[in-house]
Design a protein around this ligand. Structure first.
Ligand SMILES: C[S@@+](CC[C@H](N)C(=O)[O-])C[C@H]1O[C@@H](n2cnc3c(N)ncnc32)[C@H](O)[C@@H]1O
Length: 269
């Protein structure tokens, strides 16, 4: 979806250091020459190259937290807040004030892990990704938000980095926003996404669900009883993932986003 007004507003905020309210409050003033030059340079770059606004500013807000982003990581999407909100709800319902142990698989910028750590002061987390550069961004975001001491960052494929840590049967919740776009759809993405966001953060294999199938085949071993796995999915993938979960004997629920599209699979071991 094109959002030119919002894009212009975010870039103007970035160049002036004013938040949205500040922009309206100071709506009558002229930009300084330096602000004008910076703003016009970024606007032209955005218009000509379609580079995402968040990569131009290096920042993206997620769950009320400002996160650093760069082209090594997927730009956190508002839709992913549903996964975080559901994780917070399950944690509050099952483990309340007790220490909850959470794994964020495919952490990218650390959006999920950092916001869960921020809003669950008793939580301890493992944030994992196959991309070392992404993990560096996630670590900086954890540091910025003062939660780095409760997050262990591990590099590797899906749950493999947990091997040998003695965590079998102890993880309360696995949160995963892994790539779920079909390989054949990658060439039809908006240029902002297809040209700039990292392909390993998007490519979910022939039907988009390859990584989730592999994740589910190993997740049960690590989950406590009760224990949950939450997976962000794309429009139209609910039926397929539900079938896989049912056949493997999980209790599950498919949750839609505000637009009524399949968005989240929540499974209980
Ligand atoms: C869709 S992005 C999500 C990033 C972040 N969790 C978010 O919600 O904004 C998927 C992430 O999974 C990582 N990834 C892809 N394949 C992986 C694998 N086999 N094991 C671990 N991480 C993987 C990518 O590097 C990328 O950072």
């Amino acid at each position: 979806m094109e959002t030119p007004f919002l894009d212009a507003q975010v870039l103007l905020s970035h160049c002036t250091g004013l938040d949205k309210t500040g922009l309206y409050r100071e709506g009558g003033r002229f930009l300084s020459p330096a602000e004008e030059e910076a703003y016009s340079r970024l606007m032209q770059r955005r218009a000509k190259t379609r580079e995402p606004v968040a990569y131009l500013t290096g920042r993206k807000e997620f769950m009320g937290l400002e996160l650093e982003v760069n082209p090594a990581v997927l730009i956190p999407r508002p839709e992913t807040e549903l996964l975080v909100e559901k994780s917070l709800e399950l944690s509050a319902g099952c483990w309340a004030d007790q220490s909850v142990l959470i794994v964020d698989v495919g952490t990218g910028s650390g959006a999920i892990a950092v916001s869960l750590a921020k809003y669950l002061p008793c939580a301890r987390l493992y944030a994992m990704d196959i991309s070392r550069v992404a993990l560096e961004v996630a670590k900086r975001n954890a540091l910025t938000h003062g939660v780095e001491e409760r997050i262990v960052f591990l590099e590797g494929d899906l749950l493999l980095p947990l091997a040998g840590l003695g965590l079998e049967g102890r993880i309360n919740l696995i949160a995963a926003n892994l790539p779920y776009i079909r390989t054949s759809d990658l060439d039809n993405l908006m240029p902002d996404v297809g040209l700039y966001e990292p392909r390993p953060a998007l490519d979910g294999g022939p039907d988009g669900l390859c990584l989730y199938r592999r994740l589910l085949s190993r997740a049960r071993v690590f989950l406590s009883r009760p224990g949950y796995i939450l997976m962000e999915i794309g429009a139209g993938q609910g039926g397929e993932i539900a079938l896989g979960l049912a056949l493997a004997g999980w209790k599950y629920e498919i949750i839609s986003d505000l637009a009524g599209r399949d968005r989240l699979a929540v499974a209980e071991v």
